[in-house]
Ligand binder design. Structure first.
Ligand code: F6R
Length: 239
């Protein structure tokens, strides 16, 4: 079932996302969180840091598994997703750093190890997702076949262009990434999909109301029992 929440401001967007994650941690301090990078969750993470500082939420017993990572960037590269997570969230809250996991894009073997790690961890309690303009979730790009477990993918040109804003030039955007597969994403107990901005309106409508197809990986969320979607007015404009 998909429950859509439309909000009226950036502040409400961030508060709503952070509020859902904070309530989960309040009722289950040992929650396993699936986390995302990109522009969408930055303000949500800022709000979570605030809630932590105010004593509203603690991550001491929580653990986290990120969706994806570029292939070929060292962990300390300014654009690596490990670095993003440390800088935007982990360094500012009380989560033990050893409880945080970001897949390594170094090899197929590392991808397989991440799958085993996820299996051992058990079910993710809440998976946070953004959505790409082409309907990707994680880096599961539109394709005839989608993969269940963590695997290495070639990034779509559209994805590389969208992410070029963080790199000095498009040539420096990696061509490949490692990503949790659709199977693992759909196994999460709850999914929190967030999108903002008019540029996401079309894909959000397609994903939530269009046909369920591997050509729009986010449309597979329609098959999940517990999805909450948080949209600003612009991203929800075509619903
Ligand atoms: C990030 C991820 C991607 C992004 C998506 C949207 O870990 O898995 O699927 O969520 O590309 O990115 P933004 O939020 O930058 O629009």
């Amino acid at each position: 079932m998909i429950n859509i929440i439309k909000v009226n401001s950036e502040q409400q967007f961030n508060e709503t996302g952070a509020g859902i994650i904070a309530s989960l941690l309040q009722s289950n301090p040992r929650a396993i969180l699936g986390l995302a990078t990109g522009g969408t969750p930055v303000g949500v993470y800022q709000k979570l840091v605030e809630l932590y500082r105010e004593g509203v939420v603690s991550f001491k017993q929580a653990s986290s598994y990120n969706l994806d990572e570029y292939v070929g960037l060292p962990e300390n590269h300014p654009e690596s997703y490990r670095r993003f997570m440390n800088e935007k969230l982990f360094n500012h809250i009380d989560i033990p750093i050893e409880n945080t996991h970001v897949p390594s894009g170094n090899s197929e073997k590392a991808a397989e190890e991440y799958t085993r790690l996820l299996e051992k961890a058990g079910q993710i309690d809440l998976q946070l997702l953004g959505v790409g303009h082409n309907g990707h979730i994680g880096f599961n790009e539109p394709s005839e076949n989608l993969h269940g477990p963590t695997h290495i993918v070639e990034l779509d040109e559209l994805t590389r262009q969208a992410n070029a804003r963080y790199f000095p030039s498009i040539e420096e955007v990696p061509t490949h990434a490692v990503t949790m597969g659709i199977g693992t994403i759909l196994q999460a107990k709850q999914i929190l999909l967030m999108a903002k901005g008019a540029d996401k309106a079309e894909i959000v409508a397609k994903a939530l109301k269009g046909p369920i197809t591997t050509q729009c990986p986010a449309s597979l969320l329609q098959t999940h029992a517990n999805v909450v979607v948080v949209l600003d007015q612009a991203a929800g404009g075509l619903l």
